[in-house]
Design a binder for this molecule. Structure first.
Ligand code: AMP
Length: 282
């Protein structure tokens, strides 16, 4: 596995591979790799000739009071995880190289950047869209692999790719979970043992809501109240958001029909956790 830090070297390596007729599978990450990331890398390995994984803690997607400085950085471990999962090129640029002082351009996916998670984290999704657009230009992927764990992000990337005619196929893969249901996340490392014991409440609340819908519940307000009640079982969890939206448009819905996404975010101490489930309403 080759490690590339320079933007120029990454782009030339990618162009060389594409000119040689090879397909490139790309997995963008912020590092602190876990099995969720590994599942994306393995999928890229299955589908494409050259697998590129980026590790870049993107300052542009963190708010001023968020965890950019303390975000877990575990590069040596990440090298081993990426290699084992089938990565060929690990691209780890510096923030200074990605955002030179004179850079001015940002990418905003209007109507998808500012709502839901974007309302709780102003500026977050413009940071995501901008870095993903830049990475696509540097890595020249045939296909990109992202997680359903960050559902709004996956929709935003698909929208951007469509709107800007980026020749990349975006594959969204299922959320990989711990045995107790907690969605794997680099931020789980922040949790104290007590918080870790409470964290599965998020997945449990969403799963119960999905069951309730399959059994016939059609009012979003009732489903939302059920999620809030289930989350209240964890004494230290504070609810940050509960959103019930159309899975395709991400518009809030009142009556459930078609495919819906149940999205929730909680705080346990200083740690913010998100999760979601998709439900095909019978
Ligand atoms: P991150 O490093 O958190 O920016 O995530 C990089 C990619 O991995 C994103 O596409 C995430 O959606 C995906 N991802 C993160 N956690 C999981 C998980 N538990 N299961 C599947 N994909 C995940």
């Amino acid at each position: 596995m080759r490690i590339i830090r320079s933007l120029g070297q990454m782009q030339s390596a990618a162009l060389r591979a594409r000119r040689a007729g090879k397909t490139i599978g790309f997995v963008p990450t912020m590092g602190a790799l876990h099995d969720g990331h590994a599942s994306l890398i393995r999928a890229a390995r299955r589908d494409t000739d050259v697998v590129v994984v980026s590790i870049f803690v993107n300052p542009l997607q963190f708010g001023p009071r968020e965890d950019y400085r303390r975000y877990p950085r575990t590069f040596q471990r990440d090298v081993a995880v990426a290699k084992r999962a089938g990565c060929d090129v690990l691209f780890a640029p510096t923030a200074a190289a990605m955002y030179p002082k004179n850079s001015r351009t940002v990418v905003v996916v209007t109507g998808l950047s500012e709502q839901l998670e974007g309302a709780s984290r102003p500026g977050h999704f413009r940071g995501v869209a901008t870095v993903v657009a830049k990475l696509f230009h540097l890595v020249q992927p045939t296909a990109a692999y992202v997680g359903q764990k960050d559902y709004q992000q996956s929709c935003l990337i698909r929208r951007m790719v469509d709107d800007l005619d980026v020749p990349v196929r975006v594959n969204v893969l299922p959320t990989v979970r711990e045995r107790d249901g907690l969605a794997m996340s680099s931020r789980n490392a922040y949790l104290t043992p007590q918080q870790r014991r409470e964290a599965p409440v998020l997945a449990r609340a969403l799963r119960a809501a999905a069951r309730n819908i399959r059994r016939g519940e059609r009012r979003a307000s009732t489903v939302r109240a059920g999620i809030a009640r289930a989350l209240a079982c964890a004494p230290h969890a504070r609810v940050d958001r509960i959103d019930i939206v159309d899975a395709a448009t991400l518009e809030p819905v009142a009556r459930l029909r078609g495919r819906v996404a149940l999205l929730a975010a909680i705080r346990l101490g200083g740690t913010r956790l998100i999760d979601n489930v998709l439900v095909a309403v019978p």
